[in-house]
Design a protein around this ligand. Structure first.
Ligand code: DX5
Ligand code: ZN
Length: 225
């Protein structure tokens, strides 16, 4: 089993004090930055100039989640900004293999996201082009939604395909991750966990990260024993 990571989402942070908010999650594996364009999802957040400033001051690497239309056109610019990983939505890309290669060639890890109702099967043959598969566990667009258990079979099928092919692709889950739901996601095969409200909704975000990591690691250990 690959490494277990906790990536807090700054969607639930105080956007007026982002630099200070980043200092509160110094023990995270990466910071998850949600970019929304009000076309692909019915919400608007931040664009590349703000992401570049976050990249400049963040104590941890950036994991960008692009919920934007026309990903083929816009995602490479995020890789050029030096982000550790850039994830685009399969539903927003016309040429996902080409785009994944482009991201890697620009020095970023390539991630591809699937909305809850998007099947993983059409994409199994391109897993080797990816460093990470993001299986959305809520409909993208907003923080604070409830975890969708209907996504668990897809996580299981994706994990089985990855293990079967012998390639190293992380499975990230995003949406409704709490100390309770993280065990179900980990059991199904996820190993990178995004948590917005469960981290920034806590008085002590660093302690919340530690608790989530402990729960996930315990489940992942039990699964491999
Ligand atoms: C939702 C975003 C998530 C969101 C998760 O579209 O992609 O990253 O911030 O928030 P929680 O953990 O509150 O569900
Ligand atoms: Zn996200």
């Amino acid at each position: 089993m690959t490494q277990c990571c906790i990536n807090p989402s700054i969607l639930s942070a105080d956007f007026v004090n982002l630099e200070a908010e980043l200092q509160r999650i110094g023990n995270a594996d990466a910071v998850h930055v949600d970019v929304m364009d009000n076309h692909f999802v019915p919400n608007l957040t931040i664009g590349l100039p703000v992401v570049q400033r976050i990249q400049a001051v963040s104590p941890v690497p950036l994991d960008a989640h692009l919920m934007i239309a026309d990903a083929d056109r816009w995602a490479p610019g995020f890789a050029d900004a030096g982000l550790a990983s850039v994830t685009f939505h399969a539903e927003a890309s016309i040429a996902p293999v080409k785009l994944a290669r482009e991201l890697r060639s620009r020095g970023a890890k390539a991630g591809m996201a699937l909305r809850p109702a998007t099947a993983v099967e059409p994409y199994l043959d391109m897993l080797s082009e990816l460093d990470m598969l993001l299986i959305m566990t809520v409909e993208p667009g907003f923080g604070g939604q409830a975890f969708l258990d209907v996504t668990l079979p897809k996580i299981r099928r994706a994990r089985a395909a990855i293990e079967g092919s012998g390639i190293d692709v992380a499975i990230q889950v995003d949406g409704g991750i709490t100390e309770e739901t993280i065990t179900r996601a980990a059991e199904a095969g996820a190993n990178v966990f995004v948590a917005g409200s469960a981290v920034y909704g806590d008085d002590d975000p660093a302690a919340a990260i530690d608790r989530l990591r402990k729960e996930a690691a315990r489940t992942l250990r039990a699964a491999t024993e």
